[in-house]
Design a protein around this ligand. Sequence first.
Ligand SMILES: [Zn+2]
Length: 102
Amino acid sequence: MIQIVNDGVYRVALFCDACNNEITNAELALYTWDEEDQEERRKKGDRFTPHFYHKGPCAESTVFNNQLPLWDELSRFPVYLVANLKVDWKRARESAREMASW
Ligand SMILES: [Zn+2]
């Protein structure tokens, strides 16, 4: 799940939907959505809530054992979001830096 954490400054964070620990490295995580992998049941305009998992036991026990095979690398998630929101990356990053600790 995605949440806002107050660490003295507010920050956006992702938490694993299996173990509830924070996901701190996108390369070690994935996301999925509750859609069965059956093309004939897909309808244009369908919406799904994304779920986030650490790779390994968290994803294997929760995602793949429950037959929710549609997933993608977490590192691609923000790329799609930035593109779909038409974010001016340079301007947004400069603006965000004023409120961030990095
Ligand atoms: Zn986990």
